[in-house]
Design a protein around this ligand. Structure first.
Ligand code: SF4
Ligand code: SF4
Length: 217
């Protein structure tokens, strides 16, 4: 599973950097390298773009995993280059942007948009796997998420629009609930479909500020 990202339009990135003459660039050796949105090649291309626009790039690095705590040590090793920058441009997913932001007092700007947590279906083809809803039902749905894979996010499907295993929104999209039914049938669990999933408590989802969890010893 990886964070799926796309580069922001360069105009948006340049607008962030409007008042920032000297920039330090941080890429990520994991997800954005895999997606070609913030690996070494893209960091160097961004450096060229910024320099062509008259900015000074005080330094750059590609941290192995920007969302990891080791980012702090990597930034400490680049303290001089970071100190002479007015801001930091981060070419990692939002987790990495958060991590960098914890370890500098400079303004930190993202150069990519974080789209979703996904998996690689086939080389270069990614699909959303989870939207971190906070109350997982995969145990009931044969490991296929009805929230991200069903166009209506149904917890009791399929709807009346499922035709020949395809979703009514497009003949190119498999019906998630058909997939769930097929998999449950393969596993001899079709009888579980008779249980109705009760109305959901959305209190565990993205509302009411940041979600927190305390792990006891
Ligand atoms: S039910 Fe929620 S936690 Fe489980 S895979 Fe789907 S979005 Fe993620
Ligand atoms: S056709 Fe299937 S995937 Fe599409 S909305 Fe209906 S149940 Fe969901």
């Amino acid at each position: 599973m990886i964070s799926i990202t796309e580069q922001k339009p360069i105009e948006e990135t340049m607008k962030y950097l409007d008042k920032c003459e000297a920039v330090y660039i941080i890429g990520c050796g994991t997800c954005t390298t895999m997606l070609h949105t913030g690996g070494k090649t893209e960091v160097l291309a961004m450096k060229d773009t910024l320099e062509a626009a008259g900015k000074k790039v005080t330094g750059w690095m590609v941290v192995p995993t920007t969302c990891d705590e080791l980012t702090k040590d990597a930034m400490a090793e680049q303290a001089e280059e970071l100190k002479t920058a007015n801001c930091v441009l981060v070419m990692s997913c939002a987790f990495g942007v958060h991590m960098v932001n914890l370890h500098t007092d400079k303004p930190v700007y993202p150069a990519v948009n974080t789209l979703f947590i996904g998996q690689e279906e086939s080389p270069g083809q990614f699909i959303e796997a989870c939207m971190q809803c906070g109350s997982c039902v995969l145990g009931r749905t044969a490991g296929i998420c009805p929230l991200v894979r069903c166009a209506k996010g149904l917890f009791n499907g399929p709807c009346g629009g499922s035709v020949d295993g395809k979703c009514e929104v497009s003949p190119d999209i498999p019906c998630a609930w058909q997939q769930i039914v097929d998999r449950l049938a393969e596993q001899g669990r079709l009888n579980e479909m008779e249980e109705i999933e009760p109305p959901r408590d959305w209190g565990t989802s993205q509302s009411g500020g940041p979600r927190r969890l305390k792990v006891e010893d």
